[in-house]
Design a protein around this ligand. Structure first.
Ligand SMILES: [Zn+2]
Length: 43
């Protein structure tokens, strides 16, 4: 699964960008900070 898919799936659980949301993203994709920057993905 790539970062964007993980991000959108996590939005099904948390409909926001709260700390809990990013903790969940991290559990699937620990590299999310770097990938998000590389993709220039702002959502
Ligand atoms: Zn988002």
């Amino acid at each position: 699964m790539d970062y964007v898919v993980i991000h959108e799936l996590c939005h099904l659980v948390h409909m926001n960008h709260s700390e809990k949301f990013w903790t969940l993203v991290s559990s699937f994709c620990p590299e999310w900070k770097r990938i998000r920057k590389e993709l220039n993905y702002n959502d």
